[in-house]
Design a protein around this ligand. Sequence first.
Ligand SMILES: [Zn+2]
Ligand SMILES: [Zn+2]
Length: 371
Amino acid sequence: MTDINQVKEWRRTFHRYPEVSYKEFETTKRIRHILEDNDIKIVDYPLQTGLVAEVGQGDTIVALRTDIDALPITEQTHLDIQSTTEGVMHACGHDIHMATILAATMKLKAQEATLPGRVRILFQAAEEVGSGAQQMVEAGVLEDVKVVTGFHNDPTLKIGEFAIKPGAMTSAVDRFAIRIQGKGGHAAKPEESNDPMIILGQLMTSIQSIVSRNISAFDSAVVTIGEVSAGNTWNVIPDQAYIQGTVRTFNAETREKTEKRMQDICDGLASAFNAEIELEYIHLPNAVINDEVLTQKAIEAAKDTGFNVEHLKEPKTIGEDFSAMSDTVPGVFAFIGSESEYDLHHPKYNPDERILEKAPDYLVGLIQKLF
Ligand SMILES: [Zn+2]
Ligand SMILES: [Zn+2]
């Protein structure tokens, strides 16, 4: 059986040697060695980075997922386990996830003979760029899988706290960029130009009407403009204007409607002002939707493990690409407290390692309920 010091050691090693999305070659090797050393079966899938293992036997398969990538951030914790790679840091706690899932794997291995089916363990690359989970699904890792589960560490929760809700747990994340092509000229002769500034002003207020006028009071969405640029001096009308931002929604219908309204507004203003307006709308991860029955099982497993369970009232507005998996088979995803003064993606993010004590037992308990 794996002791807690071993689990912490795994986490610290992952932390010292972080790798960004799709570059997790050494991390993959490290996981492979740990699995091989512990006699865990590795299953081949066409993946450049990340890997898949299995414990148990039988036809019923339950999948357990961890992400493995780090972020392009320079660590500022000044701890002894600080990243040895300048500009790369496990600032989202995926090192914690890997160590937890490895510990759970070892516990499942120890009871392999009595497992009623197989547990397929997914070490997933490239969560931070939002496409790693989808890539794994396309590689076929969820074929014949009954349900999938995973978790994210949450620094806003204390050690021993656990948060979940049925339905939407995170938001769908989209990015938009709008380019307005007008006609530049002398600031003193606007009648000879087609001023993109005026169109930009209209556009900014018009897209804010999507949330206030097109979305029900009982639903919600976020439309945020994060960047605006146009012109560079006082006496010239520029040729172009540009804005970009993000949309966060919690169901497919609202997501589609928001995108369609944004396109309609761009087309309408283009026609009204006789300009070209080009909208680029990029879908990043869908919202993670928790299955209702599975959520109940997760709550039971968390209570059995001794967690204090918080029933979330609202989803979080962060994105999580686990949704590509839980869109394919029923899934359940939880937040487990990692108690840090600094938030996820912060260069001083420092999760409390005591999360490693209970989180593996929760996963093992949950998996037994999922067969
Ligand atoms: Zn992250
Ligand atoms: Zn993360």
